[in-house]
Write a new protein. Structure first.
Length: 155
């Protein structure tokens, strides 16, 4: 195996299985899955991978007001994602989920635009990397969100 320089609080595998990310102590490190070589690192409170179609995309939450999106280990855009509310958590999948202030905002990985804000406070978000669905785990029920792509837009 190997060792990491931080105390891991979360471990996330990329959808293609070639990388995994360790997040903890206010930092993240992306390693190659087979050789455990360091690919990228930086400060982050939370981490999320894109979907199987966007397997080179990932996002980090640096603070409550800063979410950044990366592709091929390079930051996309400048200044980060314009969330519009205080970010409390991230979830990956077909859309980038940003939890906070009593709801979850679902953003398109490509355009970094808000697709939909759902006014529920999810306890957990489960994504299916191989399908166009996310499941929002609420206190007393599960909410299935199906994403359809029409042209360049997500519905």
């Amino acid at each position: 195996m190997g060792s990491t320089e931080i105390y891991p609080q979360s471990l996330r595998h990329s959808p293609n299985g070639r990388f995994f990310a360790v997040c903890g102590d206010g930092e993240y490190i992306i390693y190659t899955a087979l050789a455990m070589r360091n690919q990228a690192f930086g400060s982050a409170l939370d981490f999320a991978w894109g979907s199987k179609d966007n397997d080179k995309d990932y996002a980090i939450r640096e603070s409550n007001t800063s979410v950044k999106v990366f592709r091929n280990f390079k930051e996309r855009g400048s200044g980060g994602l314009n969330v519009g509310f205080q970010a409390e958590g991230l979830s990956g999948g077909v859309l980038l989920g940003v939890k906070g202030q009593g709801g979850i905002g679902l953003f398109d990985w490509e355009t970094q635009q808000l697709v939909r804000r759902i006014e529920v406070d999810p306890k957990d978000v489960y994504d299916a990397f191989r399908s166009q669905r996310n499941v929002l785990g609420l206190q007393s029920l599960q909410l299935l969100v199906r994403i359809r792509r029409v042209g360049d837009a997500c519905l």
